[in-house]
Design a protein around this ligand. Structure first.
Ligand SMILES: [Zn+2]
Length: 341
């Protein structure tokens, strides 16, 4: 990719698996992927950021990210360097600072400051909005920004978190008042914990429909959350499912199977027939075929744009989702931006 100025080395960013390999001078780093003999900066524990990481010589990540990997049954790299937010770790030619990304527990943006003077910010997945369980990502200035662009098109502007939360709680109340069971589908890492925290705050009993959610909730609680849902196997879960509660599920299919396995077929049939399904995802926005709420762990279009402007970089590389459309919008706003696909 393009140079970073006169008399300096050239920054090269190459896509590999679902991440990137970055070369600058004598420094080579892998971002959310792995290369033999080199260091990987791992942003978070979602599966699409882990491909190839096992090849890494050394992996830099937060302890929370590593704990979520374990909870979700992923292998954990042997040579780990754990870092806290705002902590700096060095290797020859570069100093790396980990910054909160606001996406899921442990999620990290990386600011790389090279000895030659160039600074590069890699966001991974990030969210600029505070949630019940995550703090918003805050921009820092950098010469080069490598940003995700999942929702990088103008149609993806989400309602306020407060508004989405109110709508979820209102629907939960209505469904339960009608004698039915609301089931919310959410990723087992991040969104499920936000949904549980919200429903719990709203005064509802919550049952989780999947073992992975329970494992990840355990990690959230170890890192300071107070999630008090009941796993399906809990002695109270059967009564709750026959009475009034909300279910949080990472897979409707597996939740139904788990209910059959725990409750017996007759009780399970009654419970399953009584369910009202909702999806918690940014993609539900404006899609009438999907019943749900646009609760996203990513920044929306305005959030991505404001973030990029505040970083105030000389060049922006956009990846994933709407990368080319988003870079076009940044160019319209006077930034030098290109897609990295
Ligand atoms: Zn993610």
């Amino acid at each position: 990719m393009s140079g970073a100025g006169p008399r300096m080395s050239t920054l090269k960013i190459k896509k590999q698996a679902d991440g990137f390999v970055l070369d600058y001078g004598h420094v080579r780093l892998a971002l959310d992927t792995g290369i033999k003999g080199e260091t990987t900066l791992l942003t978070h524990g979602h599966t699409d950021h882990l491909r190839g990481v096992e090849k890494a010589h050394r992996v830099v990540a937060t302890k929370a990210t590593i704990d979520t990997l374990r909870a979700r049954g992923h292998g954990v790299p042997g040579n780990l360097e754990l870092l806290e937010y705002n902590q700096r770790v060095g290797q020859l030619g570069v100093v790396v600072t980990g910054l909160n990304a606001g996406h899921v527990l442990g999620s990290t943006m990386y600011l790389m400051e090279f000895d030659e003077g160039l600074s590069v910010l890699y966001t991974g997945d990030f969210n600029v909005i505070d949630s019940m369980v995550h703090q918003a990502a805050v921009p820092v200035s950098a010469d080069v920004l490598i940003t995700e662009a999942t929702y990088g098109a103008p149609e993806w502007v989400f309602p306020s978190r407060k508004n989405i939360y109110e709508n979820i709680l209102r629907a939960t109340t209505e469904v339960i008042e009608n004698g039915r069971l609301p089931v919310f589908q959410a990723y087992s890492l991040g969104k499920a914990q936000e949904a549980i925290a919200l429903l719990q705050w709203g005064g509802f009993n919550v049952v989780s429909g999947n073992h992975r959610i329970d494992e990840v909730c355990h990690v959230y609680n170890q890192h300071g959350s107070d999630l008090r849902h009941k796993p399906l196997k809990h002695s109270e879960a059967k009564d709750l499912l026959s009475g009034a509660c909300a279910i949080v599920s990472s897979s409707f299919h597996h939740t139904r199977r788990n209910i059959r396995a725990t409750m017996g077929s007759r009780a399970a049939k009654r419970i399953i027939n009584n369910m009202e399904h909702y999806s918690l995802s940014g993609w539900t926005l404006g899609d009438s075929s999907k019943t749900g709420f646009p609760l996203s762990a990513h920044s929306d279009f305005n959030g991505l744009k404001t973030f990029a402007k505040k970083v105030n970089p000389r060049v922006v590389y956009c990846f994933t989702g709407n990368a080319s459309q988003f870079s076009g919008h940044l160019v319209d706003d006077g930034l030098n931006a290109v897609p990295l696909e």
